[in-house]
Design a protein around this ligand. Structure first.
Ligand code: FO1
Length: 328
């Protein structure tokens, strides 16, 4: 592998962070950039909280709570217990050590520092060699139009445990937000060997990124092949409400539905072995389709799925006459 090779992963929550870890182990230090959803961000207890940035950072630093995939392993919740005694909001579980991240991020934002610069500094102080970029330094809020009204993301996802029926999803502020500085250049960089869309929830974790001005077009224009990993296995989300949201939006919760969601952007698609029967149909959409184990329980699972994604992107990148991606 040529050492100027660079890779870009688009990701959101827990599933995305798992593949980020697999890729970080399979690639040389500094050759992976993880572009992270910030639509889940919100102000809570006076703190600015960026859950997906922290989930990716803690995961790549080897510090994440393995049981939940977010927060810090071994963290305590004394502050939250105290807050609850004072009848403060305790529905969003903030650990005592995790609070340091939110306090420091909030302090530095108030001092005028960019979210991207804060994120990179916190990651490097935690020993992370991959580049972790917020999708934008400007605020974007995923809002859900549901049968319980218009809900902020964490209110829907955590407080109401994704129970409300989703009618439509809005990425408030996305059209005014600037994509991460450096992203446009990275997408034009001849050393960019591939772009991978993680097995994150397409509607909640990837679409906020794709809603940024010009992003879809610059992905379509990029020479680097684009490969997506399905977040569903046998019609079920590995974690979270992907399948539920698909049904609520009137879409069949299957791998083909995921492929169609990203279709114009993709060259390749990875689905789980259990969904192999769908591979031919997705291939007819013009996508190089590979079936592989996509459930990531161990580090080896994460690394082997990363190798499948890297291998597919390399094959697509090398094949001269690869089917031209529809643009737009
Ligand atoms: N997810 C939950 O389901 N319950 C929580 O109490 C919770 C707290 C929390 C605290 C910090 C953090 O960085 C993430 C946290 N998450 C929690 C996950 C969060 O809701 C993410 O937005 C999801 O993982 C989706 O990306």
């Amino acid at each position: 592998m040529s050492h100027d090779e660079h890779w870009l992963l688009l990701c959101g929550g827990v599933g995305g962070a798992k593949l980020a870890l697999g890729l970080a182990h399979e690639l040389p230090p500094g050759s992976l950039t993880v572009l992270v959803n910030t639509g889940d961000d919100f102000r809570h207890l006076g703190l600015w909280i960026s859950p997906d940035l922290d989930t990716v950072t803690y995961t790549l630093a080897g510090l994440v709570n393995p049981a939940t995939g977010w927060g810090l392993a071994g963290d305590t919740f004394h502050c939250l217990e105290g807050l609850s005694r004072l009848s403060g909001p305790d529905w969003f579980r903030l650990g005592d050590r995790d609070l340091a991240t939110h306090l420091e991020r909030t302090r530095r934002l108030a001092a005028g520092e960019r979210l991207g610069s804060i994120t990179s500094d916190l990651a490097s102080r935690l020993g992370v060699s991959a580049r972790i970029w917020p999708m934008s330094d400007d605020p974007v809020a995923t809002l859900l139009h549901t049968d319980s009204g218009l809900l902020e993301f964490q209110d829907y996802f955590v407080r109401r445990q994704a129970a409300p029926v989703v009618r439509a999803i809005e990425y408030h502020g996305a059209s005014e937000a600037g994509p991460a500085p450096g992203l446009a250049n990275l997408l034009k960089d001849p050393g960019l060997a591939g772009i991978i869309i993680a097995p994150s929830n397409p509607w909640l974790s990837i679409d906020p990124i794709l809603a940024l001005p010009g992003l879809r077009q610059s992905l379509a224009d990029a020479r680097a092949p684009v490969v997506a990993v399905s977040p569903l296995i046998a019609g079920q989300a590995v974690k979270g409400p992907s399948a539920k949201i698909m049904r609520e939006l009137g879409l069949p919760p299957d791998a083909q539905g995921i492929a169609r969601h990203y279709l114009c952007l993709l060259d390749g698609f990875i689905l789980d072995d259990r969904d192999e029967a769908e591979a031919a149909g997705i291939g007819l959409l013009g996508l190089e389709t590979v079936a592989a184990p996509t459930l990531m329980r161990s580090l080896d699972d994460r690394r082997s799925l990363a190798r499948v994604a890297l291998g597919l992107a390399r094959r697509l990148g090398n094949s001269i006459g690869r089917p031209h991606r529809q643009t737009g």
